[in-house]
Every structure is written in structure tokens, then in C-alpha cells.
Ligand binder design. Structure first.
Ligand SMILES: [Fe+2]
Ligand SMILES: [Fe+2]
Length: 144
């Protein structure tokens, strides 16, 4: 498995969870459960992805700007998560914010897969693509 396949697997989990989240209603156990799952998935993915994908990419001229942009988006998603935590789950604003998060997450994943992966494909060697996947998967396993 290379780093792109490893990251894509996690992206699918996030797409699934965020789609489920915006289907939930009010102050319910289901909404709480899915929100906590998504929050955890976003966090472990961003942490491991920054360490085993973006740090090597920031070191290369070709990918530095894209890598910085993606890391900034990780912070924007963190902020939306914090805002959701500060909002009552049965407030009408909660779903509005959750939909904002959904758009941000989908945009971020699509941009990574369509733009960042393509450039990273040129910037990284085949060996790097494999060894980064190994390191990334090891770290995700530890945190999950
Ligand atoms: Fe990301
Ligand atoms: Fe990602």
C-alpha cells in the first residue's frame, strides 16, 4: 500500500461519518455518537497526515504551498468542531454548523485527492510513498 491508498481509506471513513452526521436530529444519542466518532477520525487523521505526509511535502519546493494550505484547512475544521461543541445540539444553528463542517471536509478531501496527491506523486520517490504509508498506518493503529 502506498501513502495515497492509506490516506484515501481514511477519507472514505470521514465521508461516510459526515454524511451520517447531517442526517441526525436534535439532542440525541445518535448525533452525539456520530459527532464523537467524526471528531476522533478527523483528529487522528490530521495528526498522522501532517506528520507522515505534509511534513515531508513542506520540505519540497513543488509541494510546499499546497501542504501549507492543507494544514491551514485542518485548523479551520478544528475551529468548526469547537464551534459545534459550544452549540446546544438541539439548537437550529447546530445543523447549520454541521453542514458547514460537511462542506469543508468534503472540499478538503477532494482537494487533497485531486490536487495534492497528484503533485505529491511527482515530489516523492516510490520508496517514500511506501515507507510513509507504513509509518502513517502504524500511527493510526496506535491512536484508534
Ligand atoms: Fe487533510
Ligand atoms: Fe486527508
Amino acid at each position: 500500500m502506498n501513502i495515497f491508498e492509506a490516506l484515501r481509506q481514511e477519507h472514505e471513513i470521514q465521508r461516510h461519518l459526515v454524511a451520517k452526521l447531517v442526517e441526525t436530529h436534535g439532542d440525541t444519542q445518535e448525533r452525539k455518537k456520530i459527532f464523537e466518532q467524526l471528531k476522533h477520525e478527523l483528529k487522528i487523521h490530521a495528526d498522522a497526515e501532517e506528520r507522515h505526509f505534509y511534513i515531508p511535502l513542506i520540505k519540497k519546493d513543488l509541494t510546499q504551498e499546497k501542504a501549507r494550505h492543507s494544514v491551514a484547512e485542518h485548523h479551520e475544521m478544528d475551529e468548526l468542531i469547537e464551534q459545534l461543541e459550544d452549540t446546544e445540539m438541539d439548537a437550529s444553528n447546530w445543523l447549520k454548523k454541521a453542514k458547514e463542517l460537511e462542506h469543508k471536509v468534503i472540499h478538503h478531501l477532494d482537494e487533497e485527492e485531486q490536487e495534492v496527491f497528484q503533485m505529491a506523486g511527482k515530489a516523492l520517490t516510490d520508496n517514500q510513498k511506501l515507507s510513509l504509508a507504513e509509518d502513517y498506518n502504524k500511527e493510526i493503529k496506535k491512536m484508534r
